[in-house]
Structures are given as C-alpha cells and as structure tokens.
Design a protein around this ligand. Structure first.
Ligand code: DGP
Length: 114
C-alpha cells in the first residue's frame, strides 16, 4: 500500500535501519526506541492488524515470532529476556496500520502497562 509507512520502508522508499530481511519478513529498529533494544518485525504482505489474520496465515505468524525471538537473542536479550508486543487498533495502541511485533529488551520493563 503506497500510503503505508511500513510498506514504504519495505520498498526502500523511506529509510529504515534494517536488521533482518527475507522473502516474507522484515525487521528494523523502531524510530522511537523505548528500551535499549527495540525493533519491529513485520510481514512484507500488508496485513492491517492481528485481527485481519486468516487461518492460512498461521505459519507466516509462526515464522514471524520465531524470527523475533532469534533476533532478540542475537541482540543480547537471550539471558534476561524481552517483551514481544503486538498492538491492535485504537484500544490496543496501534498507530501504524501494518501488523508488527515490537521486541523490547535490554532493561526491566514494568507490568501491567498504563
Ligand atoms: P504501534 O503503536 O504498535 O503502532 O507502534 C508503531 C511503531 O512504529 C512506533 O513505536 C514507532 C514506529 N515507527 C513509526 N514510524 C516509523 C518509521 O518511519 N520508521 C521506523 N523505524 N519506525 C517507525
């Protein structure tokens, strides 16, 4: 989608600090990091949010989560862990309508969120 900022990062139309890319996934550092490690993992296919998933997407999402934890470990979160967050729509705090999994780590994180 030409008006989606994450689709534009995928297309290389706007810069993103990419840390992983394959045929179906992209991971890049969040532009407003909330922790020493804060990156996003997204499907290249434009899926608006987690509630738009179809049953055939389950393996894609499995690979997305696998990649999220593998990258978290590579970036130093293997021992102490990290938080894996998928915000959805307005009540869920989603501001970019392209499905993404936040990975935050490198410091203790409070729970529950405000
Ligand atoms: P969410 O609230 O879950 O929709 O989070 C969207 C995240 O996307 C937010 O933490 C900031 C990040 N973000 C927004 N625009 C850009 C951008 O142009 N580049 C990068 N790298 N991150 C962005």
């Amino acid at each position: 989608m030409s008006d989606c900022i994450f689709c534009r990062i995928i297309a290389g139309e706007i810069p993103g600090k990419k840390i992983y890319e394959d045929d179906e996934l992209l991971a890049f550092h969040d532009v407003t990091p909330q922790a020493p490690v804060h990156f996003l993992v997204i499907p290249k296919r434009h899926i608006k949010n987690i509630m738009e998933l179809e049953s055939g997407d389950s393996s894609l999402i499995g690979r997305l989560l696998y990649r999220a934890q593998a990258l978290a470990a590579e970036l130093g979160c293997g021992e102490k862990g990290a938080r894996f967050v998928i915000n959805c729509k307005s009540d869920g705090g989603q501001t970019v309508d392209h499905l993404h999994c936040h990975v935050l780590g490198g410091r203790p994180l409070d729970w529950p969120p405000g």
